[in-house]
Design a protein around this ligand. Structure first.
Ligand SMILES: [Zn+2]
Length: 328
């Protein structure tokens, strides 16, 4: 199980068959939008329900007292904010749902007992996860980037925080946690190394394709192929968004990061844990099985069952685990 800032985190991503309803647009987020589910169900249910229907309602991550589950890729939009087809919340923000805030049987956010404890923990988990995701996605946390559903379109959401009068405390706690993580205090961080899942400013990369004179893709040149350099800036919304110090501009496909690997056997099962006897990860229409030559990113490593003399297992693209001996 991977985690974000100490909170168990997993993906149950919407199948591409349902992108049209749930996340039709690619997205480069510059902010987040916070919600509460107005329900008492756990995160797992909220995500499974959301990705399985074809309503134009979606959100990236649901968080409860024990885990966070991602249903929409962070580089695609979600229909969360009620601010229209080109609204900032719908098209430029990563959306988070905090679970357990409402008792549907009584129709109230005035909850108590077990549910209140679940809600409080879900909220504490949300602060940690949202701050970590913002850091990983290169989104600075401040009052202009941490927004509520209410801020986007006037809906009474997150309804319990608004009813209790503590939305601004929550927002400020996310910002404080982001600053704590960014300043490198101990105790935080992503235990699965998923900060490397996308190329980011500051990362060292190797040039495997062309570089360009500008971020629009003019002036292609192959003369830097094989060189390594650091990403020093990002031109969001451009075709060749990554700038390599002293060299030029590139697309992700022109670059290779140290965590990029290639599958070396004909058919590689992705397992739910570090053992050949664990379950194979399911996808929307079968199992996660990678063909030879598939490029993956290693998002974590752990020791597990010995395979061909090696106990090293790699988590690939956050999906699940493969013996590291089958990656090159
Ligand atoms: Zn909402």
């Amino acid at each position: 199980m991977s985690s974000k800032n100490g909170v168990p985190f997993r993906q149950n991503l919407v199948g591409s068959w349902n992108y049209g309803a749930k996340c039709p647009y690619s997205m480069d987020a510059d902010s987040v939008t916070i919600h509460e589910t107005d329900n008492n169900a756990p995160a797992d249910n909220e995500i499974r329900y959301m990705i399985g229907n074809t309503a134009q309602v979606s959100y990236h991550v649901a968080i409860d007292e024990k885990e966070a589950v991602q249903g929409i890729p962070f580089d695609r939009n979600s229909w969360n904010a009620g601010d229209g087809g080109s609204g900032h919340g719908n098209r430029k923000s990563i959306s988070f749902e905090i679970c357990r805030n409402y008792d549907p049987t009584r129709g109230t956010t005035n909850i108590s007992g077990t549910q209140l404890e679940q809600y409080k923990k879900a909220k504490a988990n949300a602060i940690k996860v949202i701050a970590q995701v913002m850091l990983e996605q290169g989104i600075p946390a401040n009052v202009n980037t941490v927004k509520s559903h209410y801020d986007r379109s006037g809906k009474n959401c997150p309804s319990k925080m608004r009813n209790d009068g503590d939305w601004t405390d929550f927002r400020d706690a996310v910002i404080a946690e982001y600053n704590r993580l960014k300043n490198g205090s101990s105790g935080g961080g992503s235990t699965d190394g998923s900060a490397s899942a996308a190329i980011k400013v500051g990362e060292n990369v190797k040039v495997v394709g062309n570089l360009f004179a500008d971020a629009d893709g003019k002036g292609a040149s192959s003369k830097s192929r094989g060189k390594s350099a650091k990403i020093d800036k990002l031109a969001t919304g451009k075709k060749k968004p990554y700038h390599l110090t002293g060299l030029g501009w590139a697309a992700a496909s022109d670059l290779s990061s140290p965590n990029a690997k290639t599958v070396t056997i004909d058919s590689l099962n992705v397992y739910t844990s570090q053992s050949l006897s664990s379950a194979i990860v399911k996808t929307a229409n079968g199992y996660r099985i990678l063909k030879k030559g598939t490029k993956v990113k290693v998002t974590g490593t752990l020791k597990g069952q010995s395979v061909h003399g090696s106990t090293s297992w790699s988590e690939v693209d956050g999906w699940g685990w493969v013996p590291s001996v089958y990656l090159m």
